[in-house]
Design a protein around this ligand. Structure first.
Ligand SMILES: NC(=O)c1ccc[n+]([C@@H]2O[C@H](COP(=O)([O-])OP(=O)(O)OC[C@H]3O[C@@H](n4cnc5c(N)ncnc54)[C@H](OP(=O)(O)O)[C@@H]3O)[C@@H](O)[C@H]2O)c1
Length: 265
């Protein structure tokens, strides 16, 4: 019987590429969008989901289980990137970033775990980021959200392993998706940051445009799903693979100089 897989945020980018690849490979693939009627499907059953809402999360997971009787793999991918200097960002904007990128993951995990525990098996794959290892300037709360996903997932790994449930983190570097277009800039600009912020956003846009295709991340997710005993961390793309290694061996000043150059800050 084919595995049932739920991919959050499948209307675009990494989630769309992942859900489509899984459907092509014969899995029963469900994807989500806040407006599923406007999202193209290509073999993926699209469901409504807003990860900020407990009710929406419960209804989405219940629909998957009602249709297939199971949920074998959850891919937590939904997210956005808030940019702007930390001081330019209101607490409300910062909370909203964490509400989607971190508490959205927590809500989804809490909703699927009773079923996975009862089955004694399951996989949870959290799409983190290189930004969960190396903070991006002018993206303090995006970086914080991904650092939070990293710590949370690592704790979960210990807790769920004895119950037969695997937890994996996927950490891509820059991926060429519309995330920059979909994402807000902090609404309270301060002149002190204007020139640097503008340079950073331009560099960020170029880095995304030159990023790896989302299909590379989808292939990694597929391999985790197919693995009988997947590991905790998977880095995708050259930057995501070598930057964390470099960080652990070179002095901070040398490493930070590279990051400053990349983001023109
Ligand atoms: N692009 C990169 O360079 C990169 C690198 C590392 C990690 N990532 C991570 O990869 C994931 C996907 O990013 P992407 O680049 O593919 O971005 P994207 O193309 O903008 O897609 C984001 C997806 O998240 C969904 N989403 C946003 N807010 C949501 C909410 N409140 N509830 C449910 N779904 C929501 C969107 O769906 P709707 O708007 O249709 O609801 C959309 O399908 C994110 O977690 C991101 O942090 C991206």
């Amino acid at each position: 019987m084919s595995k049932t897989i739920l991919v959050t945020g499948a209307s675009s980018g990494i989630g769309q590429a992942t859900a489509r690849l899984l459907a092509q490979r014969g899995f029963t693939a469900f994807g989500t969008a806040r407006k599923p009627q406007s999202a193209q499907s290509q073999g993926v059953t699209m469901l409504a989901l807003d990860v900020r809402s407990d009710d929406s999360v419960r209804a989405c997971v219940a629909q998957v289980v009602a249709q297939t009787g199971r949920l074998d793999v959850l891919v937590n991918n939904a997210g956005y990137s808030l940019t702007g200097a930390a001081e330019e960002t209101s607490v409300e904007e910062a909370k909203a970033q964490l509400e989607t990128n971190f508490f959205g993951v927590v809500r989804m995990v809490n909703a699927v775990l009773p079923g996975m525990r009862a089955a004694g098996t399951g996989k949870i794959i959290n799409i983190s980021s290189l930004a969960g290892n190396t903070a991006i300037p002018f993206s303090a709360f995006y970086s914080a959200s991904k650092f939070a996903v990293e710590g949370y997932s690592e704790s979960l790994w210990y807790e769920l392993r004895p119950l037969g449930i695997h937890v994996s983190l996927v950490e891509p570097g820059f991926v060429n998706t519309p995330i920059g277009e979909a994402s807000p800039v902090a609404a309270r600009p301060l002149p002190a940051y204007a020139a640097t912020r503008t340079r950073m956003l331009t560099a960020f846009g170029h880095a995304l445009a030159g990023g790896i295709p989302p299909e590379r991340v989808a292939q990694r997710v597929l391999r985790i799903i197919e693995s009988p005993d997947p590991g905790l961390r998977y880095r995708v793309g050259g930057q995501a693979t070598w930057l964390p290694r470099l960080r652990s061996v070179v002095p901070w000043s040398v490493y930070a100089a590279g990051v400053r150059k990349t983001f023109a800050v």
